[in-house]
Design a protein around this ligand. Sequence first.
Ligand code: SAM
Length: 810
Amino acid sequence: MKGTWKPRWVAESRQPTFMTHGAQDQVNFGVVKYLWGNVPAFDVIQLGQNEGANFKNPMNLLFAASGDLRNVVLSVANLPQSYRSSLSIVINDLEIDIVARNLIFLLIMLVEEDPNVAAESMLHVWYSALVTEPCYALLQKKLKPIVEDVCNKIAGKPYKTLLGKTWNFGCNSLRLVLTQEVWMKLPSYFEVPDGMTKVTACAVRQAVVNAPSRVDYFDRALLIRSPAMALGMIKYRNDGVLVPFGQNREAFLIPNPTFFQSSNEWPMMDSADPIDGWSIKAFLATKAGPAKKDVYGQLYHHLKRLFANFHRYLHSKPVSFELHHTDAQVLDKTLAGREFDRIEVSNICDSGYLGIDTTLKTFGPLLRSSSANPHATIITTFLNAVPEAKMMYQMISPSAADLVHKSDTKIALKYMESDLTAPAGTPAENLARVQTDSIKILCGVDLVSDMDKYFNLYMHQHDFAQAAISAGVKMKEKHSIIPPWPLRFKGSPNPTQKDKEDFKLLLGTAHVGHERYVEWKVETTSQRSKSLSKRLGSHFRQSSRARGLSVRKRNSQRDNYYKSFTTFSSIETIIMVLPPYKKDPANMRAKINVVLSATPTISLSDPAAELHINLTLSINSSTKEGQPITIMTDMGVFEVYDKEIGGVDIFAQGGFGNLRSTQDSSKDICLGLFRIPHKCLCHNQDLRELGFRFITIPGGGSTVTVTHKLNWERIFRYEKKRCKSDLIPGESFKIRILEKYFGTMWWCWGDLETDLKDKKLHVWRSGPFHEEKPDDDLVREGNWVLGEGGKYLDFQDVTEDGWASFEVVA
Ligand SMILES: C[S@@+](CC[C@H](N)C(=O)[O-])C[C@H]1O[C@@H](n2cnc3c(N)ncnc32)[C@H](O)[C@@H]1O
């Protein structure tokens, strides 16, 4: 690409769209599906550095949320020649497009005899939007009948029945387990939809990958890539065929049916790129054809070789594959009784998916014990942990985060300064250059963050230690499959030329270096009892301290929680954990009615206008007729934001979802998307001292109202696609309470003003609570009131239609 290339926002003298709404991060565009991996493949077996190259036992592997097949392919193809025992590989994904494509890749490998034809076909079905006639014939004539044969036999079975079929191919087998309904859908993945042509397929794809609204996002990606990479990227975006640069593409005439299931939708985000799923260093070391620095051509040759090796392995050694299409959370039941030597879970351990606790609880029991195989490992990937912890840090301590950002910028500049352009044009050109350079620097700053600090914070926040204990696993101190930070560049305060090149290479990819891998093994019984006694020790230290109950300043303990973000101080004891608001219908003490309402209008012309969201509570029925009830409001929909306490309000935590447009869902306003694990660290047991807040719901059917106030700034604080000036009078929105945050964690009988006025509200509550109940003497002498668990209070949303609405007025 020529050195004169300019991003279009510069050529057209305008602000880039990703900056006009104040958001510098790329928002997703297109369908959020991962038909191609977004982190480099890795070998999950690494036999040489684990069981040893001479290992002779059979191995069982589980890919629990496989995404594409790349880790399977790389792991098998990398096995040493000497390994001849049987391999059993279970591959699961929740997304049928992915399971169907993985099935097709495996069928290509197992049915097609010629390794080169198989490799070329698999590569194009995987990455090319169009395929050749021979490739389509392979899908249609050789593979589809295999699946159709099963479909014909099960056509009359009930839709939801799970049906498994095993095919044998020489020394290999392939088993597929699906519901009848999904089996019947499978043949369509081998067939171009009616009416779809090369022209329509290209138009459908172009509408996403070259969408006019996204040109600035694309140009920003080009800006930080090497010229060779950028050129390859443009070409691949335009024609969607993964072949070397100069190779004729005329034979690619047929829409790839595995992408075009619905004829009007390209099934991926515009940012998806084949490059992201493979080690850049590995394929850049591959010789390509005549074109110099043909990055996509190098990837093509690298993959063809790898796929051919995979084919050779399958045609010479026994492998049994098993494909499932289910939620990974149920695999402990689906696969109960089986044991695996490796379990790879992708990043479903991230908090937006299963989270670490559920992940370990689900897969711990499926991991082979350390005594049977000391190398048996679960591999978890965290792609969102560092950005999540960083965002939290920024929200909670903006000024400290600002200082960190400034210092990171200085570091990034050391690596980037020689690539930034010197002023040598007109003032207007120089201004544009400065702006473009600033965008490059902003992209570079993330690469130099202190990722260990953020990840440590994340581990504390999500209580990795407890998650491991509950699941009977242990974090491996020394990794033997993949390094903890395989992509992070290893810089130094005085970067060498090599450091600068590494930085540039990473900056020119979709990776940041914050991709974190954690390996786990089964904890032996003796290790387990040691860590349990460590935990119990801290519990008892905490309990005895509680009996002393020194009086501290109001809020000081609660502030500890927030300070842990700013100082990364180590966490001591967690005494309150917000459970989901589960109800116990058999043991309800009272039923509380809640009505949601909103101010009917909000004025565009009034900069100080506020939208009020009200929750009106009354006791509907109770086991203590006429008695008031006091509830803790923190951490649920009744928590009103308090500037002094700071943090993230309940709207941003998802208490009410988005403001939904009543006319057009693309006009919804996002109120934030932060998942905050609510754990409070404290040495004090007095909830009022800790700064928690309460309201009393009067007895006798009277009401109390909680009001949340959202001004214009707050309404649009986290919305990236729209801003206030996009609103037009007459637009209306609605909002509702979401179940997850509907309830209270602690409550008691009585009124704050009278019965509870001089009482101390003890953190202990009935129900599942892991601290021992304080004894009666202590409660009496200490003037304490103990709490009841939220599960015994039945909150009912009795809002008419379930929604509160309001209108935007001039
Ligand atoms: C977590 S996603 C993200 C992409 C991933 N980083 C990669 O490189 O493939 C990976 C895969 O997990 C699958 N997935 C997400 N949640 C799942 C669940 N609960 N059970 C099974 N698979 C799941 C998705 O369909 C996707 O194919």
